[in-house]
Design a binder for this molecule. Structure first.
Ligand SMILES: *Cc1c(COP(=O)(O)O)cnc(C)c1O
Length: 424
């Protein structure tokens, strides 16, 4: 990158002062450390709380207290339609049409619901392709679906192994795997951003390739949503799922999301149905026959958790005001700065696993500590004790993610200084 970076606090603070998005930090509660703001680099795991959430939840608690059942119709934002109030902003964040997205359930539940519809194995085509070292829930979900259909993961689960120096996966490796196994793969299920390495995948290229081989394609966007700009509709993916508590800042265990491409909007796909997915105009006739709402809404099961949708609505509204493009511009500079600092100041101590090309990473840098796992653990504990919050992923990775909504250039200096003090 060609930014004229400097490794001084004064330079970083000048960037913070000139940052067009700097005011957004004030909309979040920054966890304190020793009576001052801590340095929070863990938005990849749990995003910070928007200050507006508490009052917005109180509004719904008041409606419940004052209106009770009538809150479904008479609340300022009627509960009956509440999930629709997040739809447009959600569509913006993932680059989809509003009817292609729905906020519901949690990631793991949505992954299963989507596989019920889009993993339809046959004797010739029964395999699922995932990345080696996939997030455990994804692996467990995929394995259990394979078994549920009577197949054996030993032959029906194909894992893409990393072929690049740091264990990341090249597009060529995906092409080779599909050339070899494509005819027996029913579903390609890859991440938008790999959780351990931080690698960004080219969703459109993968979806086109997989479709050429006759496979269905789904993406897990847990680490991508709210982190990198997405064009889900244009990617052509059949479905995608994500959680909302990481970069989306919608709170612990937040209501997750799902995308179903519009070409499936009216398709007679098998699905696990529930009354909230039924045609709205006849839902309360309580008839025996399920008539799905066209689009992603038709996959809903239940009357949604209103109190849990509130923080999602508040946080998506922040994303709308900030704009994914502006967030990405800042993120490129901010993560680029941290990357530059590590490479120029700490090259003998830290090794960055995440691809160095800006187009192949989001906010997160995955870092290994020279000297091995024990040294890595030691540094991680030291950082946490000194108010620098990242996270640890076995076997040997520290993840540090400056989030453009609330992190500062000066936070990156604090990280570098802490590592230098630890190193002595
Ligand atoms: C965070 C994450 C999950 C978590 O799933 P939940 O159902 O929200 O507990 C799953 N998969 C990936 C890839 C993740 O990053």
């Amino acid at each position: 990158m060609s930014f004229p970076y400097e490794a001084t606090l004064a330079w970083a603070q000048a960037q913070d002062a000139a940052d067009p998005l700097r005011a957004f930090r004030d909309e979040f509660l920054i966890p304190p450390h020793d009576g001052r703001d801590g340095y929070y680099f863990c938005g990849n795991s749990l995003g910070l709380q928007p200050r507006a959430v508490r009052a917005a939840i109180s509004v719904e608690l008041d409606s419940w207290g004052e209106l009770a059942v009538e809150g479904h119709f008479k609340s300022e934002l009627p509960w009956l339609d509440y999930h629709e109030f997040v739809r447009d902003d959600l569509a913006l964040v993932v680059g989809a049409k509003p009817a292609e997205v729905v906020a519901m359930n949690t990631l793991g539940v949505n992954l299963h619901l989507m596989m019920v519809s889009f993993y339809r194995p046959s004797a010739e085509r029964h395999a699922i392709l995932i990345e080696g070292g996939a997030f455990p829930t994804d692996r467990y979900a995929v394995e259990s679906q394979i078994r549920f259909h009577g197949y054996d993961p030993a032959s029906s689960l194909i894992e893409l192994e990393g072929d690049e120096a740091n264990g990341t996966i090249s597009m060529q490796a995906i092409e080779r795997t599909l050339a070899e196994h494509g005819s027996r793969i029913a579903l390609v299920m890859l991440p938008g951003v790999q959780y351990r390495s931080g690698q960004v995948f080219d969703l459109k290229a993968i979806a086109e390739l997989a479709h050429r081989h006759g496979c269905r394609v789904g993406f897990d966007l847990a680490h991508a949503v709210g982190n990198v700009p997405l064009q889900l509709h244009d990617s052509g993916a059949d479905f995608a799922i994500w959680c909302s508590y990481k970069y989306l800042n919608a709170g612990p265990g937040a209501v997750a999301g799902a995308f179903v491409h519009e070409r499936h909007a009216n398709a007679a796909l098998p699905r696990f149905a529930g009354w909230w997915g039924h045609d709205k105009s006849s839902r309360f006739q309580m008839g025996p026959q399920f008539v799905p709402i066209p689009g992603a809404d038709g996959w809903q099961l239940s009357n949604p958790p209103i109190l849990a949708l509130v923080p999602l609505r508040v946080s998506l509204e922040i994303f709308r005001r900030a704009g994914m493009q502006r967030l990405r511009e800042k993120s490129l500079k901010l993560t680029g700065y941290l990357d530059w600092l590590v490479r120029t100041q700490l090259a003998d101590v830290l090794d960055i696993v995440t691809p160095s090309e800006p187009s192949r990473r989001g906010s997160q840098l995955s870092i290994r500590v020279s000297g091995g796992r024990e040294r890595g653990r030691d540094l991680f504990e030291y950082l946490m004790q000194h108010g620098i919050v990242g996270d640890w992923r076995e076997p040997d990775v520290i993840r540090i993610s400056p989030a453009p909504l609330y992190n500062r250039y000066s936070d990156c200096i604090a990280f570098i200084e802490a590592v230098s003090r630890w190193h002595g």
